[in-house]
Design a protein around this ligand. Structure first.
Ligand code: PAF
Length: 294
């Protein structure tokens, strides 16, 4: 459907019946971009990538209670629906599904959930027990409800992307999962809805996560190997001094599927840290090139 300006209109639907009708009205291929709202330039990049690949883009906006632990930020998570809808309209999104909690979990919390397997208990899953169980459960439900051809996820949440890919394959979901590179501030900080929690000194300190990744990538490219890349990354992250200093949760090197670190070739460096009350994560692809021989 087009508005007077000729720009396609965005249909906003709050419930599954309206979603089913809106979805049925979309001819051709559909890409879904699942979000918890608080959209930023990183999401806009996802929307653009989705629009390039599919005939229509469908966005979901739902702050999923199942993926927040009891002491996490569910209540204070930013909710900015009007601004989010403006971004979706400007990006030419066809349908926005913005359901209330009861629409997604009509009988309360679901008894049957997706088990993320062993990878779900590592890294983010170790620090946030139950997190990926909640993420995969809602992702599976949203895939069932939106019936997309493609689903786009940011590489910023690399473990989430890896597990969603695995779920799509292991459970034969019939949807292509597409990863989109992380969008960064000019100083390297990865865009995240949670960045808005940071005070000015915390924002300054938060740059240490991406600085660590850059140092690790440079050391790997210089032929310093897995151990050299990790120690360069640790050195660049630094030791926490002062109240705003980030406190490291993990800094690890893995293979691109989050298995054990390889001796050479493509690898992934992942970092998580607390900056004040805010937990930030970041990651980068690195290439472990062999040392130069003279
Ligand atoms: O990445 C997110 O915003 C969420 O984990 C997702 C995929 C929308 C599921 O709630």
């Amino acid at each position: 459907m087009s508005g007077r300006s000729g720009i396609p209109m965005t249909t906003v639907v709050p419930d599954r019946q309206a979603l089913a009708a809106a979805r049925k009205s979309l001819p051709g291929s559909v890409a879904v971009v699942m979000t918890m709202g608080a959209l930023h330039a990183g999401h806009e990049t996802l929307l653009r990538a989705a629009a390039e690949r599919a005939d229509h883009v469908l966005v979901t906006i739902f702050v999923n209670p199942l993926q927040f632990g009891p002491n996490e930020d569910f209540d204070r998570y930013p909710r900015t629906l009007e601004a989010d809808l403006e971004i979706c309209r400007a990006a030419g999104v066809a349908v926005v599904f913005a359901p209330a909690r009861d629409e997604i979990y009509p009988g309360g919390e679901p008894m049957v959930r997706v088990d993320p397997g062993p990878l779900g208990g590592q890294l983010e899953g170790q620090s946030r027990p139950g997190f990926f169980n909640g993420v995969l459960t809602v992702v599976l439900k949203l895939i069932q409800l939106t019936r997309p051809d493609f689903a786009f996820f940011g590489e910023k949440d690399y473990q989430q992307l890896t597990l969603v890919r695995r779920m799509a394959r292991d459970l034969d979901l019939g949807v292509e999962i597409v990863g989109v590179p992380t969008v960064r501030e000019p100083d390297g900080l990865a865009l995240s809805s949670r960045n808005r929690y940071l005070s000015a000194p915390e924002r300054e300190a938060a740059v240490r996560l991406s600085a660590a990744l850059r140092a690790g990538a440079t050391a790997a490219a210089d032929g310093l190997g897995a151990a050299g890349a990790l120690s360069a990354a640790r050195a660049a992250f630094g030791t926490p001094v002062g109240v705003a200093a980030p406190k490291l949760d993990y800094l690890v090197l893995t293979d691109p599927d989050l298995g054990p670190a390889p001796d050479g070739g493509p690898a992934r460096l992942l970092v998580a840290a607390w900056v004040g009350q805010t937990r930030l994560i970041d990651n980068a692809a690195i290439d472990l090139v062999p040392p130069a021989t003279t």
